[in-house]
Design a protein around this ligand. Structure first.
Ligand code: CP
Ligand code: NVA
Length: 311
């Protein structure tokens, strides 16, 4: 008997091998080139009968709209579910929600408050589950970021990316990507806001080229790309303390000048000008933030196609 095909969850970059991720990234470039009329070879089979459910426990502009449009452009349809529209919001278990939704839809994307919710959903779902951001990681964002880097700078291998600011969910997915794609990642974060230990230990085990420092200048020196993110992520409450700790970590023109010539600036957005990034850098010639936002659409098409069986 042929072995049952494993469900293609897209939960985190540390759980997917490099070859598969490379294939998804190549498909993202191809999706962009193809535009709205996605050729049959990039679409999963029977896509016109497939439905993606999207669950949001937190707000979203880019993830919500890009997944919705992506699913439609590859030929499927979507249902958007806010937490409070579901019985989940009234205490129905994740386990039951996963099994019920799996009887109706072909894939589930979730933006979850807690990473455990994502993991539990995937444990009990019999259709692919996609991580649309949790408190711990944001892998779909990083696929779009890698696509943007390759477009603007070139191949990732051997390059240097500098992360400046909070060692948050987006930073952890960058760490996973550094190991999978063979580039150096330098993280400059205040000691209290370094990425969580589990991610650091994983990166060490994978022998990823990761350097951690409290000094933004050291991280940015000669880097090919400088990345930052909001100082206060969704669900965090210690805003005052974070802002105090992160004040020396604004990515401004003086800091960007220390990066390599031709370096790009990235930010997953939404951005808070004057905090993590200056107006001049965000709007300046090195900024790739709107290409990055656009690439969410193309990367999402590639992720959905893979989850639904293409390639
Ligand atoms: N970058 C990102 O995930 O944006 P949204 O919160 O708007 O989805
Ligand atoms: N780190 C941010 C990313 C938003 C897309 C957050 O979790 O709120």
């Amino acid at each position: 008997m042929p072995e049952a095909r494993a469900i293609r969850h897209f939960l985190d970059l540390d759980e997917i091998d490099t070859k598969t991720l490379r294939g998804i990234l190549d498909a993202a470039h191809a999706m962009k080139k193809a535009g709205k009329s996605v050729p049959a070879k990039l679409r999963p089979k029977h896509i016109d009968s497939k439905v993606l459910a999207m669950i949001f426990e937190k707000p979203s502009t880019r993830t919500r709209v890009s997944f919705d449009v992506a699913m439609r452009q590859i030929g499927g349809t979507t249902i958007t579910l806010n937490n409070n529209d579901l019985q989940l919001g009234r205490g129905e278990s994740i386990k039951d929600t996963a099994r019920v939704l799996s009887r109706y839809v072909d894939a589930i994307m979730i933006r979850a408050n807690s990473h455990e919710t994502l993991v539990e959903l995937a444990q009990h779902a019999t259709v692919p589950v996609i991580n649309g951001l949790t408190d711990k990681t944001h892998p779909c964002q990083i696929m779009a970021d890698l696509q943007t880097f390759e477009e603007r700078v070139g191949p990732l291998k051997g390059r240097t990316v500098a992360w400046v600011g909070d060692g948050n969910n987006v930073a952890v997915s960058w760490m996973h990507a550094a190991a999978r794609f063979g580039f150096s990642l330098r993280l400059a974060c205040p000691a209290e806001l370094m990425p969580e230990k589990a991610a650091i230990d994983w990166a060490r085990r994978e022998k990823a080229a990761i350097m951690m420092t409290e000094d933004p200048d050291k991280a940015v020196k000669g880097a090919d790309c400088v990345v930052t993110d909001t100082w206060v992520s969704m669900g965090q409450t210690d805003e005052k303390r974070r802002k105090q700790l992160l004040r020396p970590y604004t990515v401004d023109e003086a800091l960007m000048a220390k990066a390599a010539k031709g370096a790009i600036f990235m930010h997953c957005l939404p951005a808070y000008r004057g905090n993590e990034v200056s107006e001049g850098v965000l709007e300046g010639p090195q900024s790739a933030v709107f290409d990055e936002a656009e690439n969410r659409l193309h990367a999402q098409k590639a992720i959905l196609a893979w989850c639904l069986g293409a390639g």
